[in-house]
Ligand binder design. Structure first.
Ligand SMILES: C[S@@+](CC[C@H](N)C(=O)[O-])C[C@H]1O[C@@H](n2cnc3c(N)ncnc32)[C@H](O)[C@@H]1O
Length: 280
């Protein structure tokens, strides 16, 4: 048991060693907590207990998915509720939903599900996600801080899930009206390159919501610079790391592009991270 294995749980989602560490700890709940104090110990302990409970709880995996509130952590439910609130803000705004930083895809899938629930016949709205699917490409000085977590480095948050997500959204298409018209698009690559190309290749693009969750300065600035001219009044720009000391890059990107004082930044009482502004 070592610090390396432990912090890898957060550094690399697909690292088999990290997964092995986690399942190993699930079998040894009496001593796993001795070595985890360098990372977010409470989060890991809770994750282990929830996972352990999920594994032993009665019912099939399908039963458990259908009763997800028994198992899904409160924080994850809160993030979903926030996405629901954000979605309702743009329900009558024409245009696409863009998520910058997809990671494993839970947030993008949430927007896709909400679109299928609230506006099943809106075949014009696309839900578009941008990610390297290989983790952070690079860290600039603007992103570094003494509060940075262990995964804040090149390759951190690597989640090689493109194929997995393609399958996920094929299944999603099977369970909604107009499923023959794809609603989700995944754009792989470094956002500073893929975003300008995407805008050029899609001259019709209108953006109803830009959800920024890259964590870093450079892709956030590229997203704002390229998508903002495509956002009408009433559209929403949302942030996951604004005013967040572990990742100052997102705030700096807003300062260097739109300017904070030009936005009426609001938040939800049940979620500390996510903030947003309606463009006026
Ligand atoms: C915090 S995660 C996104 C979480 C996701 N929005 C969710 O709700 O689960 C940040 C993601 O941004 C991606 N990312 C960071 N910098 C990037 C860049 N320059 N280009 C493309 N993707 C980038 C990383 O690969 C990582 O998957």
């Amino acid at each position: 048991m070592s610090h390396f294995k432990c912090s890898s749980v957060y550094n690399n989602y697909n690292n088999p060693q990290a997964r092995e560490f986690l399942s190993d700890k699930i079998g040894q709940t009496n001593n796993y907590n001795i070595h985890v104090n360098k990372i977010n110990k409470n989060k890991l302990i809770k994750t282990i207990y929830i996972y352990k409970y999920y594994k032993k709880s009665s019912g099939t995996d399908l039963d458990k998915l259908n009763h997800f509130c028994k198992f899904v952590p409160r924080q994850t439910l809160s993030s979903f509720l926030v996405r629901n609130e954000l979605f309702k803000l743009i329900q009558d705004v024409h245009g696409d939903i863009i998520e910058g930083g997809v990671f494993v895809g839970g947030g993008l899938a949430a927007f896709a599900q909400l679109s299928a629930i609230y506006e099943p016949y809106n075949h014009i709205r696309q839900i578009v996600g941008f990610d390297t699917f290989g983790g952070y490409p690079e860290f600039s000085d603007k992103d570094k801080t003494r509060f940075s977590p262990p995964h804040a480095k090149t390759g951190g948050l690597k989640a090689d899930v493109l194929k997995d997500l393609e399958e996920c959204f094929k299944l999603y298409d099977l369970n909604r009206p107009l499923g023959h018209i794809p609603r989700v698009e995944l754009v792989k690559g470094v956002a500073e390159k893929t975003i300008p190309k995407y805008v050029k290749d899609n001259p019709h693009l209108v953006v109803a919501m830009l959800f920024l969750d890259f964590n870093l300065y450079s892709p956030t600035k590229a997203a704002i610079d390229n998508f903002l001219p495509r956002m009408p009044k009433g559209s929403v720009i949302a942030f996951d790391e604004l005013s967040f000391k572990a990742f100052p890059g997102e705030t700096l990107a807003v300062l260097d592009s739109i300017g904070l004082s030009n936005l009426r930044i609001k938040r939800f009482t049940h979620n500390p991270h996510i903030s947003y502004a309606v463009l006026e």
